[in-house]
Write a protein that binds this ligand. Structure first.
Ligand code: BES
Ligand code: ZN
Ligand code: ZN
Length: 497
């Protein structure tokens, strides 16, 4: 798929279809919508007056425009984007997705999108292109019948009067970020039998050599040398060896600020629960328990291409959580890299066990700020559903940065409290701490556990269990992995630069 930005008028564009944002309850009586209306001989007005589309978020109307001289394209897609006041990055992203997905499904090849955004051209173009790349993703790798064969050839973003070079810079950035989100989604969708910890490490090596990142993968032996008893305890039940992936992005002109931002992501390639076995229903979904790790890999893949001026570390502990004669048993006590001892009450609370050692290792490598992300608790879906990602941590400024970066790119984060009182719930009778804190405040006690390992470092944590998987398709995306947080991570680095 090719992408281009165009700052000329849209009438002469040689495309199969033109998509345009339509605001709630608007009439085609001003600006570019009026221009399109005249170019189509009043068809936009007639559709709007017939109430076929009211501009509500997610609505679309597809028009065949034949034999009109004013317009080269003979198809038009009106895409509702809600009210003008609320035309946020999220809506502009969805416009790109809905336009690309809908027109692709109608067999169009070359399309143009008119975002009508008031943001800077570079940002608007980047957002719409991200959405378009994202929108055409299909999780159908393993299908042989009825596989989606239709493909867009080109997408043009039209922002009349914009500066051409910033417009095209935005288009290129959007492509990189959109493709990296899809990289994360593709990994998240891989079945556990296909994507093992070794497979994750291979994918990390691939992006490192394709885009230029430092890479190191710790095997079991090196983990033992580092004393990572917590991470190792999770991998015990599986025949697949664990892997701790370390990626580093070095900027072209490395300063010496002494600061190092690290992203740490949970990479459980399949979570059966271990000896504390999960019920069978929906267990297949636990292939996506490595989405935190895939999010880190996706963000690092994009950063290597976008080349921001600050270094970034990516740490992804990978393991498979299975029961066997060798598996860790409820009641076992393990020793983490920091020396803390952990009573494993429930082997299904394994994410925090692997993150404990990964966070400690990120600190050993010099991280001064750590953001970890994980499909950590079922409880987060009860608290926030699939709308907001939970954010918790010890550094309020850092948490605020994450929330702001999210708002800028159109992703929602909601902070949950992390008062020290919650830590009482993870006190163990026989060890320093235990890995579960009872039924109350499950997302918070999981974070309270991680806090023990982040300790003094500036740290925040994202629980993406509720937002990383979309149970239903939307006009702007397929059902399945959402790629949540990839964009926010990239924005966070750009803001810190
Ligand atoms: N991977 C799960 C969390 C999860 C559950 C993600 C459902 C997505 C959907 C995690 O390892 C887990 O099993 N957590 C337990 C913790 C409990 C044993 C304290 C949970 O949430 O039930
Ligand atoms: Zn689990
Ligand atoms: Zn898990």
């Amino acid at each position: 798929m090719e992408f281009k930005g165009i700052s000329d008028s849209f009438e002469k564009l040689e495309v199969d279809a033109l998509a345009i944002a339509v605001f709630k309850d608007e009439k085609a009586n001003e600006g570019i919508l009026q221009k399109l209306d005249s170019a189509t001989g009043g068809m936009v007005t007639s559709v709007l007056e017939a109430d076929e589309i009211k501009g509500k978020d997610g609505e679309t109307a597809f028009l065949h425009i034949v034999g009109r001289d004013g317009l080269k394209a003979n198809r038009v897609l009106l895409v509702g984007v809600g009210t003008r006041d609320d035309y946020t990055a999220a809506r502009q992203f969805q416009l790109g997705g809905t336009a690309a997905r809908t027109l692709r499904n109608k067999g169009m090849k070359r399309i143009a999108i008119i975002p009508r955004s008031e943001s800077e051209a570079e940002t608007a173009a980047a957002t719409v292109v991200q959405g378009a790349v994202y929108g055409v993703f299909e999780p159908d790798k393993y299908r042989t019948a009825e596989k989606e064969k239709r493909e867009l050839e080109s997408v043009v973003v039209v922002i009349e009067g914009a500066d051409n070079s910033s417009l095209n810079r935005g288009v290129e950035r959007g492509r990189i970020v959109g493709e990296s989100m899809n990289f994360t989604r593709e990994l998240a969708n891989e079945p556990g039998g296909h994507l093992t910890p070794t497979g994750m490490a291979d994918r990390a090596r691939e992006i490192a050599s394709a885009f230029g990142l430092e890479v190191d993968v710790l095997d079991r032996q090196r983990m033992e040398q580092e004393g990572m008893g917590s991470l190792l305890s999770v991998a015990r039940g599986s025949d697949e060896p664990p892997a701790l992936i370390v990626l580093k992005y070095n900027p072209p002109d490395p300063g010496d600020s002494g600061k190092l931002l690290a992203f740490v992501g949970k990479g459980i390639t399949f979570d059966s629960g271990g000896i504390s076995l999960k019920p069978g229903e929906n267990m297949e979904l636990m292939k996506y328990d490595m989405t935190g790790g895939a999010t880190v890999l996706g963000a690092m893949r994009a950063l290597a291409q976008l080349k921001p001026p600050i270094p970034v570390l990516g740490v992804v502990p990978c393991a498979e959580n299975l029961p066997s004669g060798k598996a860790t048993k409820p009641g076992d006590v393990v020793r983490a890299m920091t020396g803390k001892t952990i009573e494993v009450i429930n082997t299904d609370a394994e994410g925090r066990l692997i993150l404990a050692d990964a966070i400690a290792y990120a600190k050993k490598l010099g991280a001064t700020r750590i953001l970890d992300m994980a499909t950590l608790t079922g409880a987060v879906s009860i608290a926030l559903g699939d709308v907001n990602t939970a954010v918790l941590g010890t550094d309020q400024e850092f948490i605020d940065e994450v929330i702001t970066a999210g708002a800028e790119v159109g992703e929602k984060f909601w902070q949950l409290p992390l008062d020290k009182e919650y830590s009482k719930q993870i006190k163990s009778d026989i060890a320093d701490i235990k890995n579960v804190g009872g039924r109350k405040a499950g997302t918070i006690t999981a974070a309270a556990f991680l806090k023990e390992f982040a300790d003094e470092v500036s740290w925040a944590h994202l629980d993406i269990a509720g937002t990383a998987w979309g149970d239903e398709a939307k006009p702007y995306r397929a059902k399945g992995p959402t790629g949540v947080a990839v964009r926010t991570l990239i924005r966070l680095v750009e803001r810190a630069s």
